[in-house]
Write a protein that binds this ligand. Structure first.
Ligand code: SF4
Length: 327
């Protein structure tokens, strides 16, 4: 299967302001992340809040410049593209934000906002052709032609997110990064929009990176899952394999928090402590201060976890752990 978009060793650092007596500090949002999106497939990206999921989504679309490493689209580095070539690529690489209200202009009609990417990227189309495409897509996302004349504030949250999805799809992108696309909506609307995303991606023409903290959503929509912890991918695997037998202790803890039929509550793993700050990433395996497996190891093995960073190894199942589960 062909890789369409991939990150190779992508690191993103930000300078954080220091306190009154401190120097500026460096926040490592992504740390040597390598990840590949297969053409026509859906990859889920999961991890706690603050793990770097959104930064990775933006880096993959060329909206966040890496401090090190590179992003390749169709085997060509985004960094090597001219501003004009990058502008043309915008049509093929689209982002759907979490908050539909914030990503829509409050005083422009739905129709004007959905048609905008066509005006920029398909100037050869006549006005009538553009309007026909807008009407067709609004219908496809479950809105009627009458919605085109409305303002965002006249729509419900679910309808606004449908508009955002329509705007992302109107110019027929190849890759969509959907960053928590339904988490701001109520549960019944979430189900409708997830069905819509499933329908839109099932034809195989669209490659989707779905960023979500909701593992049930990822399980339903994604062929493959990558797990991010403190800016590092700790496990990547086909969805059925990952859910059946997670190999990284962090993945195991994340999955155990999802209620499942037949799994007793006592088997759920409660992680100790909060996610450490990316301003001060633990040495070696960044997960070691919270790792239940580390706590059960003897001292020579613990020292390895504390001092040596585990590489992400294996295919199609990859795990970054010195002592993965199941071995
Ligand atoms: Fe836990 Fe060690 Fe594996 Fe890290 S390398 S996840 S600390 S067992």
């Amino acid at each position: 299967m062909k890789s369409l978009l991939r990150a190779e060793g992508v690191t993103v650092r930000f300078e954080a302001p220091g306190g009154a007596f401190d120097a500026r500090r460096t926040l490592t949002a992504l740390d040597e992340v390598s990840l590949s999106l297969t053409e026509g497939r859906t990859l889920g990206l999961v991890g706690e809040s603050g793990s770097g999921k959104s930064t990775l989504g933006r880096a993959l679309l060329g909206l966040q410049r890496p401090s090190a490493g590179r992003v390749l689209y169709r085997d060509e580095a985004l960094a090597s593209k001219s501003p004009e070539a990058l502008r043309r690529l915008r049509r093929e690489l689209q982002l759907v934000f979490q908050d539909p209200y914030a990503s829509l202009h409050p005083r422009r009609t739905v129709g004007a906002q959905v048609v905008e990417p066509l005006e920029v990227h398909r100037p050869e189309l006549s006005r009538a052709e553009r309007e026909a495409k807008v009407a067709q897509l609004l219908e496809r996302v479950g809105l009627g032609p009458a919605h085109a004349a409305r303002l965002p504030r006249e729509l419900s949250g679910g309808q606004r997110q449908r508009v955002v999805i329509a705007r992302a799809l109107i110019a027929e992108p190849k890759v969509v990064v959907a960053d928590e696309p339904v988490s701001a909506l109520d549960v019944s609307i979430q189900a409708q929009l997830l069905n819509l995303l499933l329908e839109l991606t099932s034809g195989g023409g669209l490659t989707l990176l779905l960023i979500s903290h909701d593992l049930k959503v990822v399980r339903r929509l994604c062929a493959e899952v990558a797990v991010l912890y403190l800016g590092r991918v700790v496990e990547q695997a086909p969805t059925p394999d990952l859910f059946a037998a997670p190999r990284h202790p962090y993945t195991h803890a994340l999955l155990s928090a999802v209620p499942r039929v037949g799994v007793p509550v006592k088997e759920r793993v409660v992680l100790q402590g909060e996610l450490p700050t990316p301003l001060d990433v633990p040495t070696g395996c960044a997960f070691h201060p919270r790792c239940p497996r580390y706590a059960a190891l003897g001292e020579p093995d613990r020292q390895r976890c504390r001092t040596q960073r585990p590489a992400l190894e294996g295919a199609p199942r990859a795990v970054a752990c010195h002592f993965p589960l199941g071995e």
